[in-house]
Design a protein around this ligand. Sequence first.
Ligand code: FAD
Length: 472
Amino acid sequence: MTPTQDHPADDEAADRAVVIGGSIAGLLAARVLSETFPHVTVIDRDVMPAEPEHRKSVPHGRHTHGLLAKGFEIFEGLLPGFGEDLLARGALVSDLQNSIVWYNEGHLLRRAPSDMAGLLASRPLIESHVRRRVAALRQVEIRSGVHALGLTVDADQITGVRTDAGVLPARLVVDATGRGNRGPAWLAEIGYPAPPQDVVKCDLIYCSREYRRVPGAQDFLGVLVGRHPGNPYGAGSLATEGGRWLVTLVGAGDDPPPVQPGAFEEYAARLDGPELHQMITTAEPLGDPFRIRIGPSVRRRYERCERLPEGFVAVGDALCCVNPVYGQGMTTAAMAARWLGACLRSGPADLTRRYFRGAARVVDAAWDISVGADLRFPQVAGARTRRGRALNSYLSRLHRVAAVDPVVGAGFLKVANLLAGPQHLMSPTMLRRVLRKVGNPAEIALVRSSASLSIGEHAVRVGGETQGRRAL
Ligand SMILES: Cc1cc2nc3c(=O)[nH]c(=O)nc-3n(C[C@H](O)[C@H](O)[C@H](O)COP(=O)(O)OP(=O)(O)OC[C@H]3O[C@@H](n4cnc5c(N)ncnc54)[C@H](O)[C@@H]3O)c2cc1C
Protein backbone atom coordinates (compact mmCIF):
# COMPACT_ATOMS: atom_id res chain seq x y z
CA MET A 1 0.00 0.00 0.00
CA THR A 2 1.25 3.50 -0.83
CA PRO A 3 1.36 5.77 2.21
CA THR A 4 -1.20 8.58 2.03
CA GLN A 5 -2.44 11.07 4.56
CA ASP A 6 -5.07 8.54 5.65
CA HIS A 7 -2.84 5.46 5.42
CA PRO A 8 0.53 5.94 7.03
CA ALA A 9 3.55 3.82 6.05
CA ASP A 10 3.62 0.40 7.73
CA ASP A 11 7.13 0.80 9.16
CA GLU A 12 6.22 4.11 10.81
CA ALA A 13 3.25 2.45 12.51
CA ALA A 14 4.93 -0.82 13.45
CA ASP A 15 6.70 0.22 16.63
CA ARG A 16 4.32 2.94 17.82
CA ALA A 17 1.28 2.94 20.08
CA VAL A 18 -0.93 6.00 20.33
CA VAL A 19 -3.04 6.70 23.41
CA ILE A 20 -5.92 9.12 22.84
CA GLY A 21 -6.60 10.94 26.11
CA GLY A 22 -3.89 11.89 28.59
CA SER A 23 -5.92 11.65 31.77
CA ILE A 24 -5.61 8.95 34.45
CA ALA A 25 -6.61 5.97 32.28
CA GLY A 26 -4.55 7.05 29.25
CA LEU A 27 -1.45 7.79 31.31
CA LEU A 28 -1.56 4.44 33.10
CA ALA A 29 -2.06 2.69 29.75
CA ALA A 30 0.98 4.56 28.39
CA ARG A 31 2.96 3.35 31.37
CA VAL A 32 2.28 -0.31 30.56
CA LEU A 33 2.71 0.21 26.80
CA SER A 34 6.19 1.58 27.43
CA GLU A 35 7.26 -1.95 28.40
CA THR A 36 6.51 -3.26 24.91
CA PHE A 37 6.52 -0.36 22.46
CA PRO A 38 9.65 1.71 21.79
CA HIS A 39 7.43 4.69 20.96
CA VAL A 40 4.25 5.60 22.84
CA THR A 41 2.54 8.86 21.94
CA VAL A 42 -0.16 10.21 24.24
CA ILE A 43 -2.32 12.92 22.72
CA ASP A 44 -4.84 15.10 24.52
CA ARG A 45 -6.98 17.94 23.27
CA ASP A 46 -6.26 19.96 26.42
CA VAL A 47 -3.09 21.89 27.01
CA MET A 48 -1.66 20.22 30.09
CA PRO A 49 -0.89 22.49 33.04
CA ALA A 50 2.62 22.28 34.48
CA GLU A 51 1.26 22.28 38.04
CA PRO A 52 -1.70 20.43 39.61
CA GLU A 53 -4.54 22.54 38.25
CA HIS A 54 -8.07 22.01 37.02
CA ARG A 55 -8.42 21.68 33.28
CA LYS A 56 -11.26 22.19 30.86
CA SER A 57 -11.93 18.61 29.73
CA VAL A 58 -11.87 17.18 33.26
CA PRO A 59 -14.63 19.12 35.07
CA HIS A 60 -15.06 16.13 37.42
CA GLY A 61 -11.58 16.87 38.77
CA ARG A 62 -13.11 19.58 40.98
CA HIS A 63 -15.05 16.99 42.97
CA THR A 64 -13.97 14.59 45.70
CA HIS A 65 -11.93 11.73 44.26
CA GLY A 66 -11.10 8.88 46.61
CA LEU A 67 -8.53 6.39 45.40
CA LEU A 68 -9.65 2.97 46.60
CA ALA A 69 -7.19 0.70 48.38
CA LYS A 70 -6.93 -1.55 45.31
CA GLY A 71 -6.23 1.43 43.09
CA PHE A 72 -3.57 2.73 45.46
CA GLU A 73 -1.90 -0.69 45.37
CA ILE A 74 -1.86 -0.79 41.54
CA PHE A 75 -0.72 2.83 41.13
CA GLU A 76 2.13 2.04 43.50
CA GLY A 77 3.00 -1.13 41.54
CA LEU A 78 3.06 0.73 38.21
CA LEU A 79 4.79 3.82 39.59
CA PRO A 80 6.93 2.73 42.56
CA GLY A 81 7.20 5.49 45.15
CA PHE A 82 3.93 7.08 43.99
CA GLY A 83 2.49 7.25 47.53
CA GLU A 84 5.65 8.65 49.10
CA ASP A 85 5.95 11.30 46.41
CA LEU A 86 2.37 12.43 46.93
CA LEU A 87 2.77 12.45 50.71
CA ALA A 88 5.70 14.80 50.19
CA ARG A 89 3.31 17.07 48.31
CA GLY A 90 0.77 17.17 51.11
CA ALA A 91 -1.43 14.14 50.35
CA LEU A 92 -2.50 11.94 53.27
CA VAL A 93 -2.77 8.21 53.75
CA SER A 94 -5.67 6.98 55.81
CA ASP A 95 -6.70 3.73 57.40
CA LEU A 96 -9.96 3.27 55.52
CA GLN A 97 -11.78 1.60 58.38
CA ASN A 98 -10.37 3.59 61.27
CA SER A 99 -10.01 7.12 59.93
CA ILE A 100 -13.08 7.42 57.75
CA VAL A 101 -16.66 7.87 58.98
CA TRP A 102 -18.82 5.65 56.74
CA TYR A 103 -22.61 5.68 56.75
CA ASN A 104 -24.22 2.88 54.78
CA GLU A 105 -28.01 2.82 54.67
CA GLY A 106 -27.99 5.05 57.73
CA HIS A 107 -25.73 2.77 59.79
CA LEU A 108 -22.39 4.06 61.04
CA LEU A 109 -19.78 1.45 60.22
CA ARG A 110 -17.84 0.62 63.36
CA ARG A 111 -14.37 2.13 63.17
CA ALA A 112 -11.45 -0.20 63.91
CA PRO A 113 -7.78 -0.44 62.87
CA SER A 114 -7.38 -2.22 59.51
CA ASP A 115 -4.74 -2.91 56.88
CA MET A 116 -6.68 -1.02 54.17
CA ALA A 117 -4.87 2.13 53.15
CA GLY A 118 -6.36 4.85 50.99
CA LEU A 119 -4.58 7.84 49.48
CA LEU A 120 -6.26 11.20 50.06
CA ALA A 121 -5.34 13.75 47.41
CA SER A 122 -7.15 15.93 44.90
CA ARG A 123 -7.74 14.66 41.39
CA PRO A 124 -5.46 17.35 39.86
CA LEU A 125 -2.60 16.37 42.21
CA ILE A 126 -2.98 12.67 41.40
CA GLU A 127 -3.19 13.31 37.66
CA SER A 128 -0.32 15.77 37.50
CA HIS A 129 1.92 13.43 39.42
CA VAL A 130 1.04 10.43 37.24
CA ARG A 131 1.66 12.62 34.18
CA ARG A 132 5.07 13.72 35.46
CA ARG A 133 6.13 10.13 36.11
CA VAL A 134 4.85 8.81 32.78
CA ALA A 135 6.29 11.75 30.78
CA ALA A 136 9.70 10.94 32.26
CA LEU A 137 9.67 7.48 30.61
CA ARG A 138 12.09 7.39 27.66
CA GLN A 139 9.55 5.69 25.37
CA VAL A 140 6.68 8.11 26.07
CA GLU A 141 5.91 11.43 24.42
CA ILE A 142 2.90 13.50 25.52
CA ARG A 143 1.45 15.88 22.93
CA SER A 144 -0.98 18.42 24.35
CA GLY A 145 -3.54 20.34 22.37
CA VAL A 146 -4.01 17.60 19.75
CA HIS A 147 -7.60 16.60 18.99
CA ALA A 148 -8.24 13.05 17.73
CA LEU A 149 -10.82 12.89 14.94
CA GLY A 150 -10.91 9.23 13.97
CA LEU A 151 -8.99 6.04 13.19
CA THR A 152 -7.28 4.66 10.10
CA VAL A 153 -7.31 0.98 9.20
CA ASP A 154 -5.97 -1.30 6.53
CA ALA A 155 -6.94 -4.96 6.08
CA ASP A 156 -8.52 -5.16 9.55
CA GLN A 157 -5.41 -3.72 11.24
CA ILE A 158 -5.44 -0.28 12.84
CA THR A 159 -2.78 1.88 11.18
CA GLY A 160 -3.16 5.21 12.94
CA VAL A 161 -5.17 8.06 14.41
CA ARG A 162 -6.55 11.00 12.44
CA THR A 163 -5.99 14.21 14.35
CA ASP A 164 -6.33 17.92 13.71
CA ALA A 165 -2.54 17.89 13.28
CA GLY A 166 -2.48 15.09 10.66
CA VAL A 167 -2.38 11.30 10.89
CA LEU A 168 -0.32 9.64 13.62
CA PRO A 169 0.78 6.16 12.52
CA ALA A 170 0.27 3.40 15.09
CA ARG A 171 -0.01 -0.37 15.36
CA LEU A 172 -1.99 -0.06 18.58
CA VAL A 173 -4.46 2.69 19.47
CA VAL A 174 -5.86 3.06 22.98
CA ASP A 175 -9.13 4.95 23.39
CA ALA A 176 -8.84 6.69 26.78
CA THR A 177 -11.13 9.60 25.97
CA GLY A 178 -13.37 9.23 29.01
CA ARG A 179 -17.14 9.37 29.41
CA GLY A 180 -17.83 11.42 26.31
CA ASN A 181 -15.78 9.12 24.10
CA ARG A 182 -16.40 8.63 20.39
CA GLY A 183 -14.74 5.21 20.09
CA PRO A 184 -17.89 3.45 18.81
CA ALA A 185 -18.52 6.25 16.27
CA TRP A 186 -14.90 6.13 15.09
CA LEU A 187 -15.19 2.37 14.56
CA ALA A 188 -18.43 2.83 12.61
CA GLU A 189 -16.70 5.39 10.35
CA ILE A 190 -14.14 2.77 9.32
CA GLY A 191 -16.73 0.06 8.76
CA TYR A 192 -17.08 -1.78 12.08
CA PRO A 193 -20.29 -2.18 14.06
CA ALA A 194 -20.51 -0.19 17.28
CA PRO A 195 -20.36 -2.35 20.43
CA PRO A 196 -23.56 -3.14 22.35
CA GLN A 197 -23.90 -0.94 25.43
CA ASP A 198 -25.36 -1.39 28.90
CA VAL A 199 -26.73 1.91 30.18
CA VAL A 200 -28.10 2.76 33.62
CA LYS A 201 -29.18 6.31 34.42
CA CYS A 202 -28.56 7.42 37.99
CA ASP A 203 -29.57 11.09 37.47
CA LEU A 204 -27.34 12.62 40.14
CA ILE A 205 -25.91 16.06 40.77
CA TYR A 206 -22.60 16.61 42.58
CA CYS A 207 -21.91 19.91 44.29
CA SER A 208 -18.57 20.55 45.97
CA ARG A 209 -16.94 23.16 48.15
CA GLU A 210 -13.56 23.44 49.81
CA TYR A 211 -12.91 24.35 53.45
CA ARG A 212 -9.83 24.94 55.53
CA ARG A 213 -8.93 21.89 57.59
CA VAL A 214 -7.58 22.45 61.06
CA PRO A 215 -5.50 19.36 61.87
CA GLY A 216 -6.80 17.65 64.99
CA ALA A 217 -10.15 19.47 64.97
CA GLN A 218 -11.82 16.22 63.91
CA ASP A 219 -10.81 12.66 64.74
CA PHE A 220 -11.40 11.49 61.16
CA LEU A 221 -9.97 12.16 57.70
CA GLY A 222 -13.12 11.64 55.73
CA VAL A 223 -16.90 11.29 55.87
CA LEU A 224 -18.62 9.12 53.28
CA VAL A 225 -22.41 9.00 53.45
CA GLY A 226 -24.10 6.53 51.11
CA ARG A 227 -27.43 7.38 49.49
CA HIS A 228 -30.23 4.87 49.92
CA PRO A 229 -33.96 4.82 49.24
CA GLY A 230 -34.66 5.86 52.85
CA ASN A 231 -32.44 8.95 52.47
CA PRO A 232 -31.46 9.91 48.91
CA TYR A 233 -28.86 12.48 50.01
CA GLY A 234 -25.22 11.44 50.03
CA ALA A 235 -21.81 12.96 50.52
CA GLY A 236 -18.12 12.37 50.13
CA SER A 237 -15.70 14.50 52.05
CA LEU A 238 -11.99 13.86 52.26
CA ALA A 239 -9.03 15.65 53.77
CA THR A 240 -6.74 16.70 50.97
CA GLU A 241 -3.40 18.38 50.34
CA GLY A 242 -2.99 22.03 51.23
CA GLY A 243 -4.74 21.64 54.61
CA ARG A 244 -8.16 21.43 52.94
CA TRP A 245 -11.38 19.49 53.13
CA LEU A 246 -13.00 18.82 49.77
CA VAL A 247 -16.69 18.31 50.52
CA THR A 248 -19.05 16.92 47.88
CA LEU A 249 -22.81 16.72 48.44
CA VAL A 250 -24.81 14.44 46.18
CA GLY A 251 -28.49 14.68 45.38
CA ALA A 252 -30.93 13.55 42.73
CA GLY A 253 -31.52 15.70 39.65
CA ASP A 254 -34.92 16.97 40.87
CA ASP A 255 -33.56 18.03 44.27
CA PRO A 256 -29.92 18.98 43.69
CA PRO A 257 -27.51 20.38 46.27
CA PRO A 258 -27.52 24.19 46.00
CA VAL A 259 -24.56 26.25 44.83
CA GLN A 260 -25.46 29.19 47.11
CA PRO A 261 -23.11 29.44 50.09
CA GLY A 262 -25.13 28.89 53.26
CA ALA A 263 -27.76 26.85 51.44
CA PHE A 264 -25.02 24.36 50.58
CA GLU A 265 -24.20 23.87 54.26
CA GLU A 266 -27.88 23.62 55.21
CA TYR A 267 -28.43 20.87 52.65
CA ALA A 268 -25.84 18.78 54.55
CA ALA A 269 -28.26 18.63 57.49
CA ARG A 270 -30.30 16.14 55.45
CA LEU A 271 -27.49 13.59 55.49
CA ASP A 272 -27.44 10.49 57.66
CA GLY A 273 -25.17 11.35 60.60
CA PRO A 274 -24.30 14.76 62.01
CA GLU A 275 -20.50 14.78 61.40
CA LEU A 276 -20.32 16.46 58.01
CA HIS A 277 -22.98 19.08 58.72
CA GLN A 278 -21.29 19.98 62.00
CA MET A 279 -17.92 20.20 60.33
CA ILE A 280 -18.86 22.47 57.44
CA THR A 281 -20.99 24.81 59.50
CA THR A 282 -17.93 25.64 61.61
CA ALA A 283 -15.10 25.37 59.04
CA GLU A 284 -13.84 28.31 56.97
CA PRO A 285 -14.99 27.97 53.33
CA LEU A 286 -12.36 28.46 50.61
CA GLY A 287 -14.33 29.60 47.56
CA ASP A 288 -17.86 28.96 46.32
CA PRO A 289 -19.55 25.62 45.62
CA PHE A 290 -19.52 24.26 42.04
CA ARG A 291 -21.82 21.72 40.52
CA ILE A 292 -21.79 18.95 37.90
CA ARG A 293 -24.51 16.68 36.51
CA ILE A 294 -23.53 13.02 36.41
CA GLY A 295 -24.19 11.21 33.14
CA PRO A 296 -25.39 7.62 32.96
CA SER A 297 -23.27 4.58 33.77
CA VAL A 298 -22.27 3.08 30.43
CA ARG A 299 -20.53 -0.17 29.74
CA ARG A 300 -19.34 -0.72 26.18
CA ARG A 301 -19.38 -4.44 25.44
CA TYR A 302 -16.54 -4.63 22.94
CA GLU A 303 -16.08 -8.26 23.97
CA ARG A 304 -19.39 -9.00 22.27
CA CYS A 305 -18.43 -7.42 18.92
CA GLU A 306 -18.27 -9.92 16.10
CA ARG A 307 -15.83 -7.76 14.16
CA LEU A 308 -13.19 -5.41 15.50
CA PRO A 309 -10.01 -4.14 13.87
CA GLU A 310 -6.82 -5.58 15.36
CA GLY A 311 -4.92 -2.93 17.30
CA PHE A 312 -7.82 -1.08 18.93
CA VAL A 313 -8.48 -1.14 22.69
CA ALA A 314 -10.37 1.06 25.15
CA VAL A 315 -9.57 1.75 28.81
CA GLY A 316 -10.98 3.75 31.71
CA ASP A 317 -14.30 5.50 31.35
CA ALA A 318 -14.22 4.95 27.57
CA LEU A 319 -14.64 1.24 28.32
CA CYS A 320 -16.90 1.45 31.35
CA CYS A 321 -17.96 4.42 33.43
CA VAL A 322 -20.01 3.85 36.55
CA ASN A 323 -21.88 5.97 39.05
CA PRO A 324 -18.99 7.87 40.70
CA VAL A 325 -20.43 7.71 44.21
CA TYR A 326 -18.71 4.34 44.63
CA GLY A 327 -15.30 5.89 43.85
CA GLN A 328 -14.23 3.13 41.48
CA GLY A 329 -13.23 4.96 38.26
CA MET A 330 -9.50 5.47 38.79
CA THR A 331 -9.15 1.99 40.26
CA THR A 332 -10.88 0.22 37.37
CA ALA A 333 -8.80 2.32 34.95
CA ALA A 334 -5.68 1.07 36.73
CA MET A 335 -6.94 -2.53 36.70
CA ALA A 336 -7.63 -2.34 32.95
CA ALA A 337 -4.19 -0.83 32.29
CA ARG A 338 -2.59 -3.63 34.27
CA TRP A 339 -4.57 -6.21 32.29
CA LEU A 340 -3.47 -4.54 29.03
CA GLY A 341 0.14 -4.93 30.20
CA ALA A 342 -0.44 -8.64 30.86
CA CYS A 343 -1.94 -9.09 27.37
CA LEU A 344 1.00 -7.28 25.75
CA ARG A 345 3.49 -9.44 27.61
CA SER A 346 1.97 -12.58 26.14
CA GLY A 347 2.57 -11.38 22.57
CA PRO A 348 0.84 -9.34 19.89
CA ALA A 349 -1.33 -12.09 18.36
CA ASP A 350 -5.07 -11.51 18.69
CA LEU A 351 -4.42 -8.76 21.23
CA THR A 352 -7.66 -6.83 20.74
CA ARG A 353 -9.95 -9.82 21.28
CA ARG A 354 -7.92 -11.16 24.22
CA TYR A 355 -7.81 -7.74 25.86
CA PHE A 356 -11.54 -7.02 25.61
CA ARG A 357 -12.48 -10.50 26.81
CA GLY A 358 -10.43 -10.10 29.99
CA ALA A 359 -11.26 -6.41 30.42
CA ALA A 360 -14.94 -7.38 30.66
CA ARG A 361 -14.06 -9.48 33.71
CA VAL A 362 -11.93 -6.65 35.09
CA VAL A 363 -14.86 -4.21 35.14
CA ASP A 364 -17.50 -6.75 36.20
CA ALA A 365 -17.27 -6.11 39.94
CA ALA A 366 -17.34 -2.31 39.68
CA TRP A 367 -20.30 -2.47 37.30
CA ASP A 368 -22.22 -4.96 39.42
CA ILE A 369 -21.67 -3.01 42.62
CA SER A 370 -22.69 0.28 41.01
CA VAL A 371 -25.73 -0.99 39.11
CA GLY A 372 -26.88 -3.26 41.92
CA ALA A 373 -26.87 -0.37 44.39
CA ASP A 374 -28.49 2.05 41.92
CA LEU A 375 -31.34 -0.38 41.27
CA ARG A 376 -32.42 -0.03 44.90
CA PHE A 377 -33.89 3.32 43.83
CA PRO A 378 -37.32 2.79 42.26
CA GLN A 379 -36.81 5.64 39.76
CA VAL A 380 -33.70 3.97 38.24
CA ALA A 381 -34.75 2.00 35.15
CA GLY A 382 -33.69 -1.63 34.86
CA ALA A 383 -35.18 -5.03 35.53
CA ARG A 384 -35.01 -6.24 39.13
CA THR A 385 -34.61 -9.91 39.91
CA ARG A 386 -35.65 -11.83 43.00
CA ARG A 387 -32.02 -12.67 43.67
CA GLY A 388 -31.01 -9.06 43.29
CA ARG A 389 -33.61 -8.05 45.85
CA ALA A 390 -32.43 -10.82 48.17
CA LEU A 391 -28.87 -9.61 47.84
CA ASN A 392 -29.80 -6.01 48.58
CA SER A 393 -31.78 -7.09 51.62
CA TYR A 394 -28.76 -9.12 52.76
CA LEU A 395 -26.60 -6.02 52.31
CA SER A 396 -29.03 -3.97 54.42
CA ARG A 397 -28.66 -6.51 57.18
CA LEU A 398 -24.90 -6.54 56.70
CA HIS A 399 -24.75 -2.75 57.20
CA ARG A 400 -26.71 -3.07 60.44
CA VAL A 401 -24.30 -5.71 61.70
CA ALA A 402 -21.24 -3.70 60.49
CA ALA A 403 -22.27 -0.98 62.93
CA VAL A 404 -21.26 -3.29 65.77
CA ASP A 405 -19.04 -5.98 64.21
CA PRO A 406 -15.74 -4.68 62.78
CA VAL A 407 -15.04 -8.00 61.03
CA VAL A 408 -18.18 -7.54 58.95
CA GLY A 409 -17.28 -3.89 58.37
CA ALA A 410 -13.82 -4.92 57.16
CA GLY A 411 -15.35 -7.55 54.87
CA PHE A 412 -17.64 -4.94 53.33
CA LEU A 413 -14.81 -2.42 52.89
CA LYS A 414 -12.62 -5.02 51.18
CA VAL A 415 -15.28 -5.50 48.54
CA ALA A 416 -16.08 -1.77 48.27
CA ASN A 417 -12.36 -1.15 47.77
CA LEU A 418 -12.18 -3.86 45.09
CA LEU A 419 -9.63 -5.79 47.17
CA ALA A 420 -11.94 -8.79 47.12
CA GLY A 421 -14.68 -9.86 44.74
CA PRO A 422 -18.33 -9.41 45.71
CA GLN A 423 -18.49 -13.14 46.56
CA HIS A 424 -16.47 -12.29 49.67
CA LEU A 425 -19.65 -10.76 51.15
CA MET A 426 -21.05 -14.26 51.20
CA SER A 427 -17.98 -16.06 52.56
CA PRO A 428 -18.82 -18.50 55.37
CA THR A 429 -17.49 -16.07 58.01
CA MET A 430 -19.51 -13.17 56.67
CA LEU A 431 -22.69 -15.22 56.27
CA ARG A 432 -22.38 -16.58 59.76
CA ARG A 433 -21.84 -13.17 61.32
CA VAL A 434 -24.48 -11.37 59.26
CA LEU A 435 -27.22 -13.98 59.36
CA ARG A 436 -26.66 -15.66 62.71
CA LYS A 437 -29.48 -13.77 64.38
CA VAL A 438 -31.85 -14.61 61.59
CA GLY A 439 -31.28 -18.29 61.10
CA ASN A 440 -33.68 -18.66 58.19
CA PRO A 441 -32.28 -21.52 56.05
CA ALA A 442 -34.30 -20.57 52.95
CA GLU A 443 -32.93 -17.06 53.06
CA ILE A 444 -29.37 -18.27 53.58
CA ALA A 445 -29.73 -20.61 50.61
CA LEU A 446 -31.04 -17.82 48.41
CA VAL A 447 -28.24 -15.46 49.36
CA ARG A 448 -25.67 -18.23 48.87
CA SER A 449 -26.99 -18.97 45.42
CA SER A 450 -26.39 -15.31 44.60
CA ALA A 451 -22.76 -15.58 45.57
CA SER A 452 -21.34 -15.42 42.07
CA LEU A 453 -23.20 -12.16 41.52
CA SER A 454 -23.80 -13.34 37.98
CA ILE A 455 -27.27 -13.45 39.29
CA GLY A 456 -30.15 -12.69 37.10
CA GLU A 457 -30.07 -10.58 34.06
CA HIS A 458 -31.80 -7.44 33.06
CA ALA A 459 -31.99 -5.77 29.73
CA VAL A 460 -31.48 -2.06 29.41
CA ARG A 461 -32.95 -0.66 26.25
CA VAL A 462 -30.93 1.86 24.33
CA GLY A 463 -32.42 3.32 21.18
CA GLY A 464 -35.05 0.62 21.03
CA GLU A 465 -32.48 -2.16 20.92
CA THR A 466 -31.93 -4.56 23.79
CA GLN A 467 -28.39 -3.89 24.75
CA GLY A 468 -27.80 -4.60 28.37
CA ARG A 469 -27.67 -7.81 30.29
CA ARG A 470 -26.04 -8.21 33.61
CA ALA A 471 -27.42 -6.95 36.88
CA LEU A 472 -27.80 -7.83 40.49
C1 FAD B 1 -18.04 13.79 39.53
C2 FAD B 1 -17.13 12.59 39.45
C3 FAD B 1 -16.54 12.12 40.62
C4 FAD B 1 -15.69 11.02 40.55
N1 FAD B 1 -15.16 10.53 41.72
C5 FAD B 1 -14.30 9.49 41.65
C6 FAD B 1 -13.70 8.97 42.83
O1 FAD B 1 -13.98 9.38 43.95
N2 FAD B 1 -12.79 7.96 42.70
C7 FAD B 1 -12.46 7.44 41.48
O2 FAD B 1 -11.62 6.54 41.40
N3 FAD B 1 -13.05 7.89 40.36
C8 FAD B 1 -13.94 8.89 40.40
N4 FAD B 1 -14.51 9.35 39.25
C9 FAD B 1 -14.18 8.72 37.97
C10 FAD B 1 -12.80 9.16 37.51
O3 FAD B 1 -12.72 10.55 37.38
C11 FAD B 1 -12.48 8.51 36.16
O4 FAD B 1 -12.94 7.21 36.12
C12 FAD B 1 -10.99 8.47 35.97
O5 FAD B 1 -10.47 9.76 36.06
C13 FAD B 1 -10.59 7.88 34.64
O6 FAD B 1 -11.01 8.72 33.66
P1 FAD B 1 -10.46 8.62 32.19
O7 FAD B 1 -8.99 8.85 32.18
O8 FAD B 1 -10.98 7.38 31.57
O9 FAD B 1 -11.23 9.84 31.49
P2 FAD B 1 -11.18 11.40 31.77
O10 FAD B 1 -10.60 11.72 33.06
O11 FAD B 1 -12.54 11.90 31.46
O12 FAD B 1 -10.20 11.94 30.64
C14 FAD B 1 -10.45 11.84 29.27
C15 FAD B 1 -9.33 12.58 28.55
O13 FAD B 1 -9.49 12.42 27.15
C16 FAD B 1 -9.25 13.66 26.50
N5 FAD B 1 -9.99 13.62 25.24
C17 FAD B 1 -11.32 13.39 25.07
N6 FAD B 1 -11.63 13.39 23.76
C18 FAD B 1 -10.46 13.60 23.08
C19 FAD B 1 -10.14 13.69 21.71
N7 FAD B 1 -11.06 13.53 20.75
N8 FAD B 1 -8.83 13.93 21.37
C20 FAD B 1 -7.87 14.09 22.33
N9 FAD B 1 -8.14 14.00 23.65
C21 FAD B 1 -9.42 13.76 24.02
C22 FAD B 1 -9.76 14.70 27.48
O14 FAD B 1 -9.17 15.95 27.27
C23 FAD B 1 -9.35 14.09 28.82
O15 FAD B 1 -8.07 14.50 29.21
C24 FAD B 1 -15.41 10.41 39.30
C25 FAD B 1 -16.01 10.89 38.14
C26 FAD B 1 -16.90 11.94 38.21
C27 FAD B 1 -17.60 12.37 36.95
